[in-house]
Structures are given as structure tokens and as C-alpha cells.
Design a protein around this ligand. Structure first.
Ligand code: NG6
Ligand code: CA
Length: 496
């Protein structure tokens, strides 16, 4: 009997693993298309991120669903367009969870296939069932209730309170004798605010941007916070904290398939990289933060190699929305710009319906993935859910209705991406083939605070991206039939 068992045609350990590669999704925050040298940046060098491009597929037409963070992450998790659902805009740090707990999500696809799943980094999709919550006890639901076995996160953005990490349901290093309180409407506690005590700031807020409420670590934040002095993060250590938690996680799970959503915070504000990166880019703290991000990616890639996981680990790198230089602090991004083009050849950036808002770096690397290939296929981060579902032999979940299964495209084996994608900022646009249509809108064309061309105009806009990637020449009048076709798709999609 024992001998018979030996001859059972069961897969060897190696084969089994090959069917289920580990997947690491590295998600930068506000990194623009032109912020990496793989996408032709010349004023900054990102050799480690570039390694992912040279040994994998680099996409030139890959998108976040939206031009800001929360909606893009909502789409990534749920496989649905965020503008279909109210309340998916940029969330405050005390928001309730907006990802449904009873629907399929990207991590649940992996879980269903027997993977261990983790998020390490920025969350920004809300926690708990209501705004008012007790930060001193377990907070639920959150990432663990939508598919992650393990979570080590910060709740919202680096510029929003509470400036603490949560491991699974609990604040890290909390102290029962020093309870944390958070409020976005009214001041709490006695901590100085940036508004009243600008002399205490090591990073000054930009005029008009707010970011002048509770001061934590010499930086004025959005929102008020009191207590939790042991738990408050030091900005200079946030990145290395996430990296070391990620390395530990990978080591602990190296013998079984895992999905790691590594959601780093660079180069989102406040840009306060570790001392050794400061002044290194010549582009101010934003550039320095990108160098820190690049170093982090290098460390992670080295670790994967060291652990012998390289042949069995797929790494996807992208960003949640386009770039912005001044997003609230005087950090040198504008004054030391040195002609750096964070959106590369694209117009607009974060907050914009022009391509700079959603078209972001996107690289896929790993077993079965073409090497050194450039793909112009249209793809959205929202498609990862359906793509991994099919890769793992599952049906595409019906509720992930906007997610397209594009596994072959991710591998670089096919260039047949989406037939169209709706882009989302203040208004909606649609990209189909070489055409880009932006609906007519009364919203502002320009945001002075962030110096962003938002892309809104009272008349409909149409651009031929094959000749005019920078969206300079509105050809709507010359191609009324194309305008009609794209507007009709938009109307149809909105009605779903
Ligand atoms: C904006 C903040 C900006 C940033 C952004 C969220 C102001 C004036 N600006 O409201 O600094 O925090 O929200 O960025 O408050 S995101 O990448 O998470 O979407
Ligand atoms: Ca972002």
C-alpha cells in the first residue's frame, strides 16, 4: 500500500508551486508615469524599479481606475468602477469601511485558491462600521474581513490622523493609560496644531492647503488626534517599517503560496524619507522619497532572490494615481523641480481626467511572464481580480462586473487588452483604441492649489492619442461620429 502511494501521480512540490506562484503587488502612492527611469525619466534614476521592467513586461497604457487613491483602491479590491458607488471618494482617517464584506475581493480570490494573503502598508478604505470609533480596542471590520489573513497598515494617508499602525485589528504599541482619540470636526486633547504653532513645524504646510491641524513628529496633519504617544509613527521610519514587516511575512510564508499587497506610501505627502535619502535626488524631498521607494523595491527583490523564491514569485508594480508636486507641504518638489516631468509625456496628474491622472507605471514580472517586453495593451488595475480568478481556475465573480480577465495580457503573451476603459477624476472620460473622450463638465478646468490641469471643459473633448498623447488638440468637432460612439458607451455604462 505504502509503495502504491509512492506511484500516485500527484504533483511534486515544485509543480504544485508553479501552478500557484506567489504574487506581490507593489502599489506606490502618487507615483507618476514619468517618475521612473524605465518610463524615460532623466532627472531621477530608479534602477531597482527598472529591473522589473527589463526582466518583465512594461505597460505603457495601464491605468488606475481613478485619479485619486480611495477610488482606485476600491476598484482594485472589488473589480468594480468606484463611481458606481457613493462614498468612494478620498476618505478621512476615521471613515468606516467601504469595501463590502460579503462580496468577492482580490484577496478573496487568492484565499479561495488556498493562498495566504496579506496587506502591508497604506489602506485608505475605512475601518469599522462607523466614523466614531474606539481606537483603543479591536477595530473591525477592516482588511481582515475583506480577505486578508494578515494586515499591517496605516488607516488612511500619511498626512491624516491617526498616525499609527494597526496590526490586524489593533493599534501597534497602544497604551491603555494613554488612549487615542481622533476627530475630524473638532479639536481633541492639547496637542499643538500647525495653525496655532507653525514655529513647531519641521515641514511647513503650503499656504491654503490646510494640513495644519494636530502636529505629529513636527508635521501638521489633516484631522485632530490626542493620546497614543508611544504608538505614533515617526515618518522617517514608516517606509523601513513596512519593508521589514513585508520581509518577515515573506520569510514566514515562503513554503506556501502567498499574495502580498505591499502598499507603500511614497511619494505621497508628507515626504519625509529616512535621513540617508535626503538631498540625494536633487529634486527636493519628493525625489528623495522616490529614491527611498526604489531602494525598498531593490531590497524586496534581493530578499526574494535570497530566499530562492524568484522563479516562483510574480511581482506587479504600479501606482494608485498620477503625480502631484505641491500636495500640501513646502518640500522642495516645486522649487527644486529641475524640469523633472513627473507625468512624462502625459497632460495633467493626480486629480485630473487627462491621461496624467490615471495612466501610471505598471510592470509585471515573474514566472511565465515575457522578458524585456513593452506592451501597449489597455489594462486597468481593476482587471487584476478577474485575471487572477481565471489564472487560478475560478469563474470570474459576477459581482466584479467591471473587471476583465486579461491574464494573457499580463503575461505579455497577448496585446488584446480592454476594448475600452472609463477613466475617473472629477468627471468621466473614456479611452477606446487611440481615442480619448472627456465628457462636458462645469467643474473647474484648473486647480490652483496643486497647479493641476484638471481636464474639465464645458464642451466635449476628443483627443487622438496616437498623434497627440499630450491631449493638446481637441478634435471633437472633426470627428462627431467618434464623439457620438464614445459618449453612447459612457451613457450605457453609467446606466448599468
Ligand atoms: C487631499 C489633500 C492631499 C492628499 C489627498 C489624498 C488637501 C488640501 N489635500 O484632500 O494632501 O492628502 O487628499 O491623496 O487636504 S490620495 O492619494 O490619498 O488620494
Ligand atoms: Ca494616491
Amino acid at each position: 500500500m505504502a509503495n502504491f502511494l509512492v506511484f500516485l501521480p500527484r504533483p511534486t512540490f515544485g509543480q504544485e508551486q508553479a501552478l500557484k506562484p506567489n504574487v506581490i503587488y507593489i502599489y506606490a502612492d502618487d507615483l507618476g508615469y514619468g517618475d521612473i527611469s524605465a518610463n524615460s525619466a532623466t532627472k531621477i534614476h530608479t534602477p531597482n524599479i527598472d529591473r522589473l521592467a527589463t526582466s518583465g513586461v512594461r505597460f505603457t497604457n495601464a491605468h488606475a481606475s481613478s485619479a485619486t487613491c480611495t477610488p482606485s483602491r476600491f476598484a482594485l479590491m472589488t473589480g468594480t468602477y468606484p463611481w458606481r458607488k457613493e462614498g468612494t471618494g478620498i476618505l478621512p482617517g476615521d471613515a468606516a469601511l467601504i469595501v463590502p464584506t460579503d462580496k468577492m475581493t482580490l484577496p478573496k480570490v487568492f484565499k479561495k485558491a488556498g493562498y495566504r494573503t496579506a496587506i502591508i502598508g497604506k489602506w485608505h478604505l475605512g475601518l469599522g462600521t462607523q466614523v466614531k470609533k474606539d481606537w483603543n480596542h479591536a477595530i473591525t471590520p477592516g482588511p481582515n474581513e475583506v480577505g486578508f489573513d494578515y494586515s499591517f497598515i496605516f488607516p488612511a494617508t500619511a498626512d491624516r490622523v491617526p498616525t499609527v499602525f494597526l496590526e490586524n485589528h489593533a493599534v501597534v504599541a497602544r497604551d491603555d493609560n494613554d488612549p487615542i482619540e481622533v476627530d475630524y470636526q473638532h479639536p481633541v486633547g492639547n496637542d499643538p496644531t500647525g495653525k496655532d504653532h507653525p514655529e513647531l513645524l519641521k515641514l511647513k504646510a503650503s499656504p491654503g492647503h490646510g494640513h495644519n491641524q494636530t502636529i505629529v513628529n513636527g508635521i501638521g496633519r489633516i484631522g485632530y488626534m490626542s493620546g497614543g504617544y508611544q504608538a505614533r509613527w515617526v515618518d522617517e521610519e514608516v517606509s523601513s517599517t513596512f519593508l521589514s514587516v513585508a520581509e518577515d511575512y515573506i520569510k514566514a510564508n515562503k513554503d506556501r503560496p502567498f499574495f502580498l499587497y505591499f502598499s507603500v506610501t511614497e511619494p505621497h505627502v508628507p515626504r519625509m524619507p529616512a535621513t540617508r535619502f535626503r538631498g540625494k535626488s536633487g529634486l527636493g524631498l519628493r525625489g528623495d522619497a522616490i529614491l527611498q521607494l526604489d531602494w525598498t523595491v531593490g531590497q524586496l527583490l534581493d530578499e526574494i532572490e535570497l530566499l530562492g523564491l524568484k522563479d516562483n514569485t510574480m511581482i506587479i508594480f504600479s501606482s494608485d494615481n498620477g503625480p502631484v508636486l505641491d500636495d500640501g507641504y513646502q518640500d522642495g518638489a516645486v522649487t527644486q523641480r529641475n524640469d523633472h516631468q513627473p507625468a512624462g509625456p502625459l497632460r495633467g496628474g493626480k486629480y485630473s481626467i487627462f491621461e496624467g491622472g490615471t495612466r501610471v507605471p505598471f510592470m509585471v514580472n515573474g514566472p511565465g511572464v515575457a522578458q524585456g517586453k513593452v506592451s501597449d495593451a489597455l489594462i486597468c488595475q481593476m482587471d487584476l481580480l478577474a485575471s487572477f480568478a481565471t489564472m487560478l481556475g475560478q469563474q470570474v465573480p459576477t459581482e466584479a462586473s467591471d473587471s476583465k480577465p486579461l491574464w494573457e495580457v499580463l503575461l505579455g503573451k497577448s496585446v488584446n487588452g480592454r476594448s475600452y476603459l472609463i477613466e475617473h477624476a472629477g468627471s468621466l472620460g473614456i479611452i477606446k483604441g487611440h481615442w480619448k473622450y472627456i465628457e462636458a463638465s462645469n467643474k473647474p478646468a484648473y486647480a490652483k492649489l496643486t497647479d493641476t490641469e484638471l481636464g474639465n471643459a464645458k464642451e466635449e473633448q476628443l483627443y487622438d492619442l496616437s498623434k497627440d498623447l499630450g491631449e493638446q488638440h481637441n478634435v471633437a468637432k472633426e470627428h462627431p461620429e467618434v464623439v457620438k460612439d464614445l459618449a453612447a458607451i459612457l451613457v450605457k455604462e453609467i446606466a448599468v
